[in-house]
Design a protein around this ligand. Structure first.
Ligand code: UDP
Length: 483
């Protein structure tokens, strides 16, 4: 029977990372009904990705509003998905990563008692407020999910540590599938600002800074460091910054970096231009999660302007450095990469801890093989039957254990008791014997005493009859005492 798979996505990074999987599912029409719902938590940036991968959604909640709040987005998605799920009646809902779309879709799936597959599961920064709200969105999505597709071993370990050990699969990250299908040598950029640049003439540093935690003072520090770098290397280095749609980011970027001849403040790039721009850059300064995975896969050093990362694999491998939102630190590390060839070589050593380009294939294989009964914790027909059956099975198992234990315990007690009994019997025998011996001794003694008394009485009686017998007394007394 075909499985109906509903993939729910809402932002640009989700679309980039879910696209290869949706396309892979589509290759198996005999096995799956491939249904796609977009929430459009991002609109334009999402559509750009869908266009490139030729994905036409079956449902579009189109929730994006100016100045939308997290709760507003959450509420819109929850109510929108109610009717999508009612109409499409999926067997599995796939969500990705750490967005409000993922969390809301997982929660909605739970409300409808439909199993959830979590793609890019189990990354953790360990700080609930950073990335915000993504760290909690991913953690909560993970606690609802039934199938966990962890990109790396470390990610799977995060989940094990939190007590989730069932249905955790290490698959690699689907972003590498997307990247490898997009990057090519001799690529011609579509973006107007990029297509006129001769990239052979100067080194390019790629910048993306937009994260919520960096808005305000941290962003000013980061961009001021970049301004100092741009002034220092005015004639040698080109800085390209595709600025996020968020107006706060755009305003800050224009204020600090606007007017510098070697800094290109351009609009968001489509994913093809973006991945190919990473490929020809010298290194990357970013606070993005996705770029921390993509750039190392292409052998490009990354300076991450955050205090921690939920992607420590490339930090451990030496390709990524956490430089905080610290102006001096960012400046110094960038200068070191530009001027210290050994340091650059060390960091640009190509490592690819995030995947081999086959993550989507693995996930599809798991989906095809997944026996729903194994991971649906609440069956659709009667929510409680299975739970009760589970509890009963559990209780039965415990009773059996207890009985076995009881049997063992009884057996042991019986053995011990028999030993005691045997001991006691032995002691009784000994005591009896002692008693008997004693009795014998006493009676012998008594016999002896009584016979001596009797003899004495006899001696007196004989002497009374015949007083001459008195002369026999010395011999009688000797006999009496020595017998
Ligand atoms: N990206 C893109 N165009 C841009 C900036 C980023 O296609 O102008 C891609 C980038 O290559 C990566 C993803 O978007 O795959 C990262 O998105 P973002 O930084 O918004 O989110 P995060 O990865 O931090 O969740």
């Amino acid at each position: 029977m075909k499985k109906k798979i509903l993939s729910v996505l809402g932002t640009r990074p989700e679309a980039i990372k879910m696209a290869p999987l949706i396309l892979e599912i589509a290759k198996h029409p005999d096995c799956f009904d491939n249904i796609v719902c977009v929430t459009a938590q991002h609109r334009e940036m999402l559509d750009q990705v869908l266009d490139i991968f030729n994905i036409i959604p079956d449902y579009d909640l189109n929730i994006m509003q100016p100045k939308q709040t997290l709760s507003g987005v959450m509420g819109e998605i929850l109510s929108g998905l109610d009717s999508v799920i009612a109409k499409s009646r999926p067997d599995i809902i796939l969500v990705h990563g750490d967005t409000i779309t993922s969390f809301a879709a997982a929660l909605s799936a739970f409300f409808h008692q439909i199993p959830v597959g979590h793609v890019e599961a189990c990354l953790r920064s360990g700080n609930k407020l950073s990335p915000f709200p993504e760290e909690m969105a991913r953690t909560l999505t993970g606690s609802i999910a039934d199938l966990h597709f962890a990109p790396t071993k470390l990610n799977a370990e995060n989940l094990y540590k939190s007590g989730i050990t069932k249905n955790v699969y290490i698959t690699g990250n689907t972003v590498i599938d997307a990247l490898l299908s997009i990057v090519r040598d001799g690529y011609s950029f579509k973006n107007n600002d990029l297509c006129g640049i001769d990239f052979q003439t100067k080194k390019t540093i790629l910048i993306t800074i937009h994260r919520r935690e960096n808005l305000g003072e941290p962003m000013k520090n980061i961009l001021t460091a970049i301004k100092r770098l741009a002034l220092k290397y005015e004639n040698d280095i080109r800085f390209i910054y595709p600025v996020h749609k968020n107006p706060v980011v755009a305003e800050c970027a224009a204020k600090i970096l606007g007017g510098l001849g070697n800094v290109y403040l351009i609009g968001p790039l489509d994913v093809e231009d973006m991945h190919n721009l990473i490929n020809i850059s010298y290194f990357v300064i970013t606070d993005s999660g996705g770029l921390q995975e993509e750039a190392p896969a292409l052998g490009k050093p990354v300076l991450v302007c955050r205090t921690e990362t939920e992607r420590p694999e490339a930090v451990d491998a030496g390709t990524v450095k956490i430089v905080w939102a610290d102006e001096e630190n960012i400046y110094n590390e960038a200068v070191s990469l530009l001027e210290n060839t050994d340091e650059y070589k060390r960091m640009s050593r190509a490592v690819n801890p995030y995947g081999d380009g086959r993550a989507s294939k693995r996930i599809v294989e798991i989906l095809a093989a997944a026996d729903q009964a194994k991971y649906v914790y609440i069956p659709k027909e009667n929510p409680f039957l299975e739970i009760i059956a589970d509890i009963n099975r559990d209780i039965d198992a415990k009773i059996e254990d207890a009985q076995n234990f009881g049997k063992l315990r009884d057996k042991e007690m019986h053995r011990q008791f028999s030993l005691y009994e045997a001991e006691i019997q032995k002691k009784d025998i000994v005591i009896d014997e002692l008693r008997r011996n004693n009795a014998a001794l006493i009676s012998t003694h008594q016999d002896t005493l009584s016979s001596k008394k009797f003899r004495l009485a006899h001696m007196i009686a004989l002497t009374a009859k015949n007083p001459l017998k008195i002369f026999l007394w010395p011999m009688w007394i000797f006999k009496l005492l020595t017998r």
